[in-house]
Write a protein that binds this ligand. Structure first.
Ligand code: NAD
Length: 361
């Protein structure tokens, strides 16, 4: 193959002997193998740089391009080539097939016109993509996060370029969803009616199994993922019941569907989100208030585990072989905004796995 560039996909890099050798060497230095690239095999290096948020830098990518160019000029490597599309290095054993097109976000104009939607976790990742989408579809978005800078960035990005339709707005509220005073400020910013609530804010654990989980992690993960989610639901439901209209979307996780995707604290918290969702859906059946959840698989966001527990991470990694492609936050915003919209009519108490099929494996 000719020289590799940032426009080539991970799969093309792996199929090239020199590209494969360069990636193998880089990953070995991090204690990993090319199997770690399975969920991003269809991404170009350019896209990987964008979604990795600094974990795969442009400098590192440029260095790989240069390393491969030099290796080819020197006559190439003796490393065995992986045939294009065979995917042997990433555990994908399907025969070569055409690459599916990348997701392109398509706005539904006016879908949220006249509605106020509270979106938590709006400074980053899935929450930010959801807030952006709802606002560009006409909604007045109360964008909540603990990180003020990210909220301002979102507002500047949307307002600054004049992308928002009439009546649409980003109302940033810097608040911790576990704090009652913060929740009260969110409700105040929302004003009269809240038509939709997307409970997206959440935090990970350290992948610790129950015999090593520490109290601080357990308490904080439950406080944010479960108690914070409940507090916002509790705050908005009375108004929704009075209006006989409202849609709540909670964000669970693959870890809310099975036991093999994270540590004990996060897994238990995301199962609790499923329980909270189903209970509320049952309680409010027939009132006009509907409550559903989305369970994302792997998504390229700011979320990354800190101070990882080796035993737990090892167990989780051993079960990740069939993980689907990693998604971009806009793909999750597509699922969440559907459930937030009137088009999800008749869907209540459901957990929508938005994971490319991972949970079907
Ligand atoms: N990224 C993934 O692969 C993945 C997979 C499954 C589920 N999820 C879930 O998706 C949701 C969004 O995660 P993300 O990947 O976009 O992560 P992210 O870290 O990019 O965004 C989460 C946001 O929530 C905010 N937040 C955290 N605690 C808060 C609090 N107490 N009050 C207010 N804001 C708070 C953070 O500041 C951050 O901006 C989470 O609930 C997460 O558990 C993510």
């Amino acid at each position: 193959m000719a020289d590799l560039t940032l426009q080539h996909t991970v799969r093309e890099w792996l199929a090239d002997p020199e590209g494969n050798a360069a990636l193998t060497e880089m990953l070995a230095a991090q204690g990993q193998t090319t199997k770690a690239l399975a969920p991003v095999k269809r991404m170009s290096f350019e896209k990987l740089i964008k979604v990795s948020r600094g974990k795969f830098s442009r400098e590192a990518a440029d260095q790989l391009v240069e390393q491969v160019r030099a290796a080819k000029a020197a006559g190439g490597t003796t490393a065995p080539a992986t045939s294009p599309g065979s995917g042997a290095a990433t555990g994908d054993t399907r025969a070569e097939t055409p690459e599916p097109a990348e997701f392109v976000e398509e706005i539904t104009p006016g879908r949220f016109t006249g509605q106020t939607v509270v979106v938590t976790g709006a400074a980053s990742g899935i929450g930010r993509a959801t807030a952006s989408r709802v606002a560009r579809e006409g909604g007045r978005v109360v964008a909540v996060d603990m990180t003020a800078a990210g909220l301002e960035e979102l507002r500047a990005e949307l307002g600054g370029s004049g992308r928002l339709p009439d009546g649409a707005e980003i109302v940033p509220v810097t608040a911790d969803i576990t704090d009652d005073a913060g929740v009260a400020r969110i409700l105040e910013a929302a004003g009269g009616s809240v038509h939709g609530l997307a409970n997206v804010a959440g935090i990970m654990d350290r992948f610790a199994a129950v015999h090593t989980v520490d109290d601080a992690t357990w308490d904080r993960v439950f406080a944010v993922n479960v108690t914070g989610t409940m507090k916002l639901m509790r705050a908005v439901v009375p108004g929704m019941l009075a209006a006989a209209e409202g849609r709540i979307v909670n964000v669970s996780s693959e870890a809310g569907l099975r036991g093999s995707a994270s540590g004990a604290a996060y897994t238990a918290s995301k199962h609790a989100v499923v329980g909270l969702t189903k209970n509320a859906a049952f309680m409010y059946t027939g009132t006009g208030v509907r409550v559903n959840a989305v369970a994302p698989g792997g998504v390229a966001t700011g979320m990354s585990p800190q101070d990882v527990d080796e035993f737990g991470m090892g167990r989780v990694q051993s079960a990740m072989g069939l993980m689907a492609d990693i998604a971009v936050p806009e793909q999750l915003a597509a699922s969440i905004s559907f459930l937030l919209s009137a088009d999800s009519t008749n869907i209540n108490g459901q957990v929508l796995a938005s994971d490319g099929g991972w949970s079907a494996a």
